[in-house]
Design a protein around this ligand. Structure first.
Ligand SMILES: Cc1cc2nc3c(=O)[nH]c(=O)nc-3n(C[C@H](O)[C@H](O)[C@H](O)COP(=O)(O)O)c2cc1C
Length: 202
């Protein structure tokens, strides 16, 4: 299963276009995909209660909040590949991802006498793909933004081992809000890569 996670809050923005193209291309290759727009889920802030991190072991902790986080985690863990498509906002990935990462405390064990939590060993092997869109030129994204670092924070607990990065730049003006030939090549490359990896085999 390939999961496409769209982090843009904008309806019919450039990330919606990227994700629609990906879905069409993956469907053409008959690869199984699920598409999640994070803006359609309800995910509350972590209360820092730590109850999800109390128990040791590989089993994920239980969060007392009752929202869409559990179903998001289930969807992520059944993936062989996760594509995250996101705008760069304020030199980072959008803040909703930080909310998700904090709620991923369920992936950690933090004993009362320990200074820091340890990630539970889930023995997963998922491929990660980060696509960003930005007003900045794409080559600048790894240098002046925290996007890759934030993505790695999200990736580690789920078991994403390999990450490929695709940065689509020059998406600042209204007239830039369409995929140019270079962007479309990137999308085709991702589809080809996933088809070759067998991640979405039915
Ligand atoms: C609040 C806000 C902050 C932004 N911050 C940045 C930024 O720090 N660097 C950048 O290159 N582009 C920035 N942008 C431009 C967005 O990355 C660009 O509009 C986005 O990639 C378009 O994606 P969308 O159509 O899916 O929303 C920002 C846009 C907004 C609305």
């Amino acid at each position: 299963m390939i999961t496409i996670l769209n982090l843009s809050r904008r309806e019919q923005g450039i990330n919606d276009t990227v994700c629609d193209l990906l879905r069409a291309g993956l469907a053409e290759k008959q690869l199984a995909t699920q598409y999640i727009k994070l803006r359609e889920l309800t995910i509350g802030y972590c209360n820092n209660c730590r109850s999800c991190m109390k128990a040791p072991g590989k089993e994920l902790g239980r969060c007392p909040l009752n929202d869409d986080m559990d179903s998001l985690v289930t969807a992520l863990l059944q993936s062989k590949a996760i594509i995250l498509s996101a705008p760069i906002n304020c030199y980072d990935l959008p803040s909703i991802l930080r909310v998700v990462i904090e709620r991923m405390a369920v992936f950690c064990h933090w004993p009362d006498d320990s200074y820091s939590p340890k990630v539970r060993e889930l023995e997963k092997k998922i491929n990660g793909i980060l696509i960003t869109t930005s007003a900045l030129p794409g080559v600048m994204v790894p240098i002046v933004t925290s996007a890759r670092k934030t993505f790695r924070l999200f990736a580690k607990p789920i078991g994403i081992k390999r990450i490929d990065y695709f940065h689509m730049g020059f998406k600042g003006r209204k007239s830039d809000m369409a995929l140019n030939e270079k962007d479309q090549r990137m999308v085709r490359k991702i589809i080809g890569q996933l088809a070759a990896s067998g991640a979405g085999a039915l």
